[in-house]
Design a protein around this ligand. Structure first.
Ligand code: CO8
Length: 259
């Protein structure tokens, strides 16, 4: 019996492929606390559910996969609550990455900030031709806080990660493909392309698939996540952060003073 969620839709097809859809299209699927909590719950259920062999993560509507953390909620954070929520998001995304069932992001439209971080926590990424990736946090007086500084560097190398993070620019699907940020660009619906990719994967040895994912992700620990959450929290105490997020919500350009 499928669980019922307020911000997420989860369906599993006859091939054991679960689709997890972030469902706040009117806010471009921005990740508020409720979405983060439910994302965690849904992935915990999926881990236990023997009927699920693989997962697709996507966003509702045509326009966005996920346009980032919910900026309205970010405004309420101070240093200490920001560190907690950053660590919570890191934990949820790490749980997704730690899945030994393959997880594929089907990226439709914007994957910005926390949305790009979510896509990068998935094992593979299939992008629609209209996909746009970015970590625009510095434009809000912040840095990525859900693992983006670490995962983007791993995926693209440090130089490209710094280009994307420091300029806050958007990377379109073809450039994302060229830098290895996505595995496929498709003209068809990204969810359908992700389903085809997963069916190819699931034709192989199930134990081998689990072990292959485990082996690829084996590494010697990473203090970077801790540093990211600490610095994210410090930035939530700055005037630049108040100005950057106010400017977004008031639909104007920020006027940063560097304090
Ligand atoms: N948060 C809250 N609301 C959002 C967000 C968001 N991230 N993105 C879009 N929305 C809302 C808009 O406010 C708007 O709402 P309303 O209709 O009520 O005014 C609605 O969604 C539609 O958006 P737009 O009208 O802006 O649509 P456009 O087509 O004009 O623009 C964009 C689309 C370019 C995607 C634009 O919406 C945008 O720039 N969004 C913000 C992108 C961004 O900066 N994301 C990064 C957020 S910060 C982050 O993700 C940090 C992650 C780590 C957090 C760690 C600790 C908490």
């Amino acid at each position: 019996m499928p669980q019922s969620y307020n911000t997420i839709i989860q369906e599993t097809d006859d091939h054991g492929i679960a689709t997890v859809t972030i469902n706040r299209p009117q806010k471009l699927n921005a990740l508020n606390r409720a979405v983060l909590d439910e994302l965690y719950d849904v992935f915990k259920e999926i881990r236990k559910d023997e009927a699920v062999a693989a997962v697709i993560v996507t966003g509702a509507g045509e326009k966005a996969f996920v346009a980032g953390a919910d900026i309205k909620e970010l405004r309420e954070l101070d240093g200490s609550s920001a560190q907690k929520i950053s660590e919570k998001g890191q934990e949820v995304f790490q749980f997704i990455e730690d899945s030994r069932k393959p997880v594929v992001a089907a990226v439709n439209g914007y994957a910005l900030g926390g949305g790009a971080e979510l896509a990068m926590a998935c094992h593979l990424r299939v992008a629609g031709a209209n996909a746009a990736f970015g970590l625009p946090e510095v434009g809000l007086g912040l840095i990525p806080g859900y693992g983006g500084t670490q995962r983007l560097s791993h995926i693209t190398g440090r130089a490209r990660a710094l280009d994307i993070i420091l300029t806050a620019r958007q990377v379109r699907a073809e450039e994302a493909l060229e830098m290895g940020l996505v595995n496929r660009v498709t003209e068809e619906a990204p969810v359908e392309a992700a389903r085809k990719l997963i069916r190819k994967i699931l034709a192989n040895g199930p134990v081998a698939i689990r072990h292959a994912i485990a082996a690829v992700y084996q590494s010697g620990g990473n203090k970077g996540f801790e540093t990211e959450a600490e610095l994210f929290a410090q930035l939530c105490e700055t005037e630049d952060f108040r100005e950057g997020t106010a400017a977004f919500l008031e639909k104007r350009k920020p006027n940063f003073e560097g304090k």
